[in-house]
Design a binder for this molecule. Structure first.
Ligand code: NDP
Length: 285
């Protein structure tokens, strides 16, 4: 039997439609949510992502404040820009598009963003709160994955969730969110010896590796929910995930396609965090 395809476009649209109403309400109180988007250099993929984020801001009534700065920007200049944005009351959220050029220290930049404006949720305050189960900004892609499970009535409670990948921006936070929802979580990485067997035990399988179709269809347990976070471009220029979709969908109960699965959720959750930041700032004026 073929899996139910998890439609990230639809779920993200439902979320952004709700946000549009919340933004209109904020406008009526004189508050215009503002998102500062910092792009350093000319990385084509980064430019594309920033363009999509700016377009979405516009469609929701969020003011997008673009800061496109040259590749040669120094660490000090970038930190100075972050400080300026931190103290600008019209800026509710700050997003620094990653990766940064090699000469810049990404971690130091993430640490510099004021916690109340860290809408990407990559800073130590947001990640610490995630570990502590305290309210705070959740990293957008992992949060989006959880929203997809929610939308399709997939409750992680008591299930075995396997996350392949342990990055700070995807693998670790999604594991913590699944744990928060009472799943039993196994985190795999490049040194995991029995990856196929572990994946075959997953009721919920999340793939965040960055290797085209590495997880084969016969690694998927019958009826499992498969969340494919990977974005890979093949040598033929095709966009594919980390899971071999065509074969995996014949065994899974639910599966996200690439594109059209997790991808649209990331932007939706960024907008969600920005609106939350604006609400927080207006309540604490
Ligand atoms: P990273 O490169 O930071 O992490 C990859 C992880 O995969 C690492 O933990 C690594 O293990 C693990 N890994 C690598 N090779 C293997 C292997 N052979 N077997 C098991 N584990 C392996 O990537 P990200 O987490 O940043 O991104 C993962 C994917 O998600 C990428 O394709 C990225 O483009 C995509 N992505 C998609 C987003 C979206 O909006 N849909 C947003 C962010 C990312 P180790 O730690 O041991 O090196």
């Amino acid at each position: 039997m073929s899996a139910t395809i998890i439609d990230g476009k639809k779920v993200s649209k439902d979320i952004t439609d709700e946000l549009r109403k919340e933004v209109a309400e904020l406008h009526s109180k004189g508050v215009v949510p503002g998102l500062a988007v910092v792009l350093v250099g000319e990385n084509p993929a980064s430019k594309k992502y920033v363009g999509s984020k700016e377009k979405m801001c516009e469609s929701l009534g969020i003011k997008s404040l673009g800061h496109k700065i040259p590749e040669t920007t120094t660490q000090e200049e970038l930190i100075r820009l972050i400080d300026t944005l931190n103290s600008d009351p019209s800026v509710h959220g700050i997003l620094v598009q990653l990766p940064l050029p090699k000469h810049l220290d990404e971690k130091a930049v993430m640490h510099r963003i004021a916690p109340e404006k860290d809408v990407d949720g990559f800073g130590p305050d947001a990640l610490g709160r995630l570990v502590l189960d305290e309210p705070g900004f959740l990293p957008c892609t992992p949060h989006g994955c959880i929203k997809l499970l929610d939308a399709y009535g997939i409750d992680p409670k008591g299930k075995h969730a396997v996350v392949v990948g342990r990055s700070v921006i995807v693998g670790k936070p999604i594991s913590l969110l699944l744990l928060r929802k009472h799943a039993t979580v196994t985190i795999c990485h490049s040194r995991t010896p029995d990856l196929k067997e572990t994946c075959l035990n997953a009721d919920i399988l999340c793939a965040a590796v960055g290797k085209a179709e590495m997880i084969k269809g016969d690694w998927v347990k019958e009826g499992a929910a498969v969340i494919d976070i990977g974005i890979n471009v093949t040598s033929e220029g095709k966009l594919v995930g980390d899971v071999e979709f065509a074969t995996a969908k014949e065994r899974a109960g639910f599966i996200t396609p690439v594109p059209g699965g997790v991808g649209p959720m990331t932007i939706a959750m960024l907008m969600y965090n920005t609106v939350e930041a604006a609400k927080f700032a207006s309540n604490n004026k």
